[in-house]
Design a protein. Structure first.
Length: 199
């Protein structure tokens, strides 16, 4: 049974707008299932998640979500091509060991892929690095260097350049701060970049 939901995060609102009603969605690294729950509740999607953290999976199950225990880095061989309308990688790409492999798999399995990444080039991160000489801690990057799950430190510009190099089409690009969208100078002022991509 789907339970009540807390206040919606801005990145979740943006992703909600990108995904069509009654679509099929595979959420890779779905965490405690807040986004997947929201998509099911608001857009009536048929959703499935994959998560490696067992405690997070228990929370997903408590929300009534269909989530499998698995490591995204091991691949998506069990899913056929274009078996989902959307594959979602929100705030998980930077934690994946084999980014190229996972994105290739996601673009094969999903007709479209939604990627949300923290922007390591946000001005607060730059200022902390420059003036304090230490790894930045911000709203989008809340972890100390010794406890961060992040393996890759990319900017919005890095992801756009990656898509260009790999001939991946960016259909939509929405950059956000803590409370609103950032339409200009997003690599400097946005904390998160959200991309709708296809191959």
């Amino acid at each position: 049974m789907i339970t009540a939901h807390k206040e919606v995060q801005l990145d979740h609102k943006v992703i909600l707008d990108l995904i069509k009603s009654q679509a099929t969605v595979l959420d890779l690294g779905c965490g405690t299932g807040d986004l997947l729950y929201l998509l099911i509740k608001e857009k009536k999607v048929r959703g499935q998640g994959i998560e490696i953290d067992e405690q997070a999976i228990y929370k997903c199950v408590a929300k009534g979500l269909n989530v499998f225990h698995g490591d995204v880095d091991s691949g998506l061989a069990e899913f056929s091509s274009k078996s989902f309308d959307y594959v979602v990688l929100n705030q998980s790409l930077q934690q994946i060991l084999h980014v190229d492999k996972v994105l290739t798999d996601a673009l094969r399995v999903g007709r479209k892929v939604v990627v949300g990444v923290p922007n390591f080039a946000h001005y607060k991160s730059r200022l902390q690095m420059f003036f304090q000489g230490k790894a930045p801690v911000t709203g989008a990057l809340p972890y100390q260097w010794y406890e961060t799950p992040n393996l890759h430190f990319l900017s919005i510009r890095d992801f756009k350049n990656y898509c260009h190099f790999k001939e991946i089409t960016i259909e939509r690009s929405i950059c956000i701060g803590e409370e609103r969208k950032v339409p200009l100078l997003s690599n400097l002022f946005a904390q998160t970049g959200i991309f709708l991509i296809t191959k």
